[in-house]
Design a protein around this ligand. Sequence first.
Ligand SMILES: [Zn+2]
Length: 369
Amino acid sequence: MSRLWDTFSALTAIDSPSFEERELCDALKQRLDALGVQTFEDDAGARLDGNSGNLYGFLPGDAPLPPLLFSAHMDTVEPGRGKRAILQADGRITSAGDTVLGADDVAGIAILLEALARLTEGGTTCRPLELLFPVAEERYGLGSARADYGRIRAKEAYTLDLSGAIGEAAGAAPTLFSFEVTVTGKASHAGFAPRDGIHAIAAASKAVARIPLGEPEPGVTVNIGRISGGEADNIVPALCKVSGEIRSLSHHLVLEQWERIQAVFEEEAQAAGARAAAHGRVEITAYETPPDSPAVRRFERACRQAGVPARIHATLGGSDANNFALHGIQNLVLACSMHQVHSVREYARLDELEQGVQLVLALMTDDAP
Ligand SMILES: [Zn+2]
C-alpha cells in the first residue's frame, strides 16, 4: 500500500493538462518498461496538436485466453498545474486546495500499475493484457477517438474512470451532442432608424423561450449554456450566437431533439426576417453493454472475489469507453476512487485505491474465456 501511495503521489505531481501529457507519458513508459510491459505510442499528439500520443502497453501473459483491455486516461482538467497529493489523517488524499487532485484519472493509472506490479512479481498466471492510456479524454475523448485500433485485439475492456465506491460501474453512457446556432439580422442605429434593423437577439430569444430546456422528455436533457450578440447599446444587433448541448442514452432521441431545435430557430428567424445557421456535432456516441455480456459477468465475479458489491448503472457522462464501443469493444467504466472530480475539492482514498487493485487483479486473473 505504501508503493501505491508513492505511485499515486509521484504521478499526480506531474502536470498533465489535456494536450500536454508528454511528461506523464514518459514517466508511464518508464514504469511499464520496468514491469516488462511492451509499450507503443501513436501519433495522436501530432494530429491533435498536443505533445504526446496515446500510450499502449502489451503483456503477452501465459494463459491461452483472449486478451482484455484496461484503460485510464493521462490528461487532467484545470486548475491542474503544480498539483500536490496530501494524505490526510482520515485516509483521504486531497490536493493542497488550489488545484484539482488529478485522481481523475491518476487513480486509474496507479491502480493499473500496482496490479501489474503484483502480477509480475508474484509470477501469477494471466491472460494477455492490453493497456491504453489515452490523451485528451477530457476533451470529448479526442485521444481515444484517434487511437490505432488495429493494435488492439481485445473485444472486452475495463476503463477506470468513474466516481463512486469500488464495485460501481457504468454499463451505458450517452450520446453527447453540442450545437451552435447563429441568428443573423440587420444592424441599424437604435435611435435614428430602429425600424431599419432586424433584431437578432430578439429573434434568438423567442426561439430559446420555445425550446424546452432541462429534461424535455424522459431520458433526454437539453441545455443552452451560452448566448452572445450585439455590438453596442445604441445598435440594433445584427448577430446572436446561441450554443448548448443535448444528451441521452438513446442516440436517436438526441437527433430528434436537434431536429426540433433547428426548426424552432428557423421559424423564429424567418418570422423576424432574419436567418438562422445551425451547426451540430456528435461529440460522443451512446453505448450500452448488455447485462448478460461476458464483460458484466466477469466484473460480477471479480467483485465477489475482491469482496465488494457490484453495482452497474448508466452514467450521463462520456468517457473513452464510448469510443471503445464504437470499435466493437464491449466495456464497463469502473469506479476507481475519485470523488468531487473537476473541482479543487477532488479527493481519493488510499483504502479504496487498494480495493481497486484487488478488483483489477481479480479481473486480470479471471480464467473464463
Ligand atoms: Zn476522467
